[in-house]
Design a protein around this ligand. Structure first.
Ligand code: NAD
Ligand code: TDX
Length: 339
């Protein structure tokens, strides 16, 4: 059954994080009649400044936890759709302490599903390609919607668990939910703990970027704006109960990405440090987004990775006051882990 009704009141959880805040800004620009409530706990990864400039009549911020049953119940009751971006999202943090990942990613999704069930509200759940595990570097295959779940990290396992809950709530209770599993996003407002912003801001502060292991691990990069457009298409026109993979044919090794950053920033291609590998480091992710293209006509607009990267570097150069306050503590955490 197609979801034909365009939502007007959308609850965006995790809307002060990287992708959630890009989605709220995308909605304000592309769907100006939609009213948004953001529910965000403002963890280390959430920053209300990420919503600066979005007109106040379009977005309202509620600071709170997706595990808070009473709060979630009240907010869901007043929405006609929920998009769940709220999550603990960083693999290295999950390796150091998986507990918050189980709470927010698993318990929090359960709490949202129960509220959506009680109030008959549509849910779109944001997930990741990491639930499918990894592919060999020389494997011609890419992930499709039917690929088996084989998470290899605590973070991926928590996201896989949340997807399973969503599927079960659709089947058993008829909750009107969809899931999207996207590949690695890049763009403005990404926390400096993540690979691309970490490397760029390291160069900007005179530090050498760090490359894990042998640098040959492959990630499938997509610009965050393309992900946001895909989420809207699925939310407004996707088939209930379906999973859609989102990706932009952007496979590159970490070494290639880092050397492109160094080139664009006028540095020598060898100006980085090799550091010890991440335990359980997935080798390669690769997305086949054919279903999304065929069913909903979605196509990525930011197909020139170098151009997108150059704009992202310029954003970090122009927004030092945004990332500088958290840079030292982030690098101190990495130093403890030897990375
Ligand atoms: P992020 O860490 O930048 O943002 C997460 C946001 O959720 C923050 O604003 C944080 O304050 C909020 N949050 C955390 N716990 C919460 C809780 N208990 N209650 C309410 N709010 C809470 O993450 P991101 O990179 O924007 O990722 C968003 C979603 O997209 C996640 O579900 C992630 O798994 C998924 N995803 C991310 C990528 C990527 O490349 N970043 C790729 C695919 C999927
Ligand atoms: O300094 C670094 N050096 C490095 O080589 C960092 C921080 C990372 N890496 C490597 C590890 C990964 O192979 O770069 C790659 C990307 O690392 P992250 O930015 O930590 O992303 P990843 O672990 O691939 O997960 C991301 O994509 C899938 C998001 O953080 C997840 O939320 C999403 O689900």
């Amino acid at each position: 059954m197609a979801q034909m009704q365009t939502p007007k009141y959308v609850l965006v959880t995790g809307g002060c994080g990287f992708i959630g805040s890009n989605f709220v800004r995308w909605l304000a620009r592309e769907q100006p009649t939609v009213r948004v409530t953001v529910l965000d706990k403002l963890t280390y990864a959430g920053n209300p400044e990420n919503l600066a400039g979005v007109p106040g009549d379009r977005v309202h911020l509620v600071v709170g936890d997706i595990c808070d049953e009473a709060l979630v119940d009240d907010l869901v009751a007043h929405a006609d759709a929920v998009v769940n971006f709220a999550a603990e999202s960083h693999n290295d943090n999950a390796i150091a302490d998986p507990e918050p990942f189980m709470r927010t990613n698993v318990q929090g999704t359960f709490c949202l599903l129960e509220a959506c069930r009680r109030h008959g509200v549509r849910l779109h759940h944001i997930s990741t390609d990491e639930v499918y595990g990894d592919l060999a570097l020389d494997d011609p295959a890419r992930f499709t919607e039917g690929a088996p779940y084989r998470p290899s990290s605590p973070y991926a396992a928590s996201k896989a668990a949340s997807d399973m809950l969503v599927r079960a709530w659709v089947r058993t209770y008829g909750v009107a939910a969809t899931i999207s599993n996207c590949s690695n996003n890049y763009g403005p407002y990404q926390h400096v703990e993540k690979f691309i912003p970490r490397a760029v801001t390291n160069v900007l502060c005179g530090r050498r970027p760090k490359l894990y292991g042998n640098g040959l691990n492959v990630r499938d990069w997509i610009h965050v704006e393309d992900h946001c457009a895909a989420v809207w298409e699925i939310l407004s026109r996707g088939r209930i109960g379906e999973t859609y993979l989102v990706g932009a044919d952007g496979e590159r090794s970490n070494l290639q990405v880092l050397q492109e950053i160094l080139r664009l920033m006028g540095k020598d291609p060898g100006d980085f440090d090799w550091v010890r590998d991440r335990p359980g480091h997935d080798r390669r992710y690769a997305i086949d987004a054919g279903k999304l293209a065929r069913e909903l006509g979605w196509r990525p607009q930011h197909s020139d990775f170098s151009a997108g990267l150059a704009k992202t570097i310029a954003w970090y150069r122009d927004h030092e006051s945004w990332w500088r306050p958290v840079k030292e503590e982030t690098e101190a955490r990495y130093a403890e882990a030897g990375r």
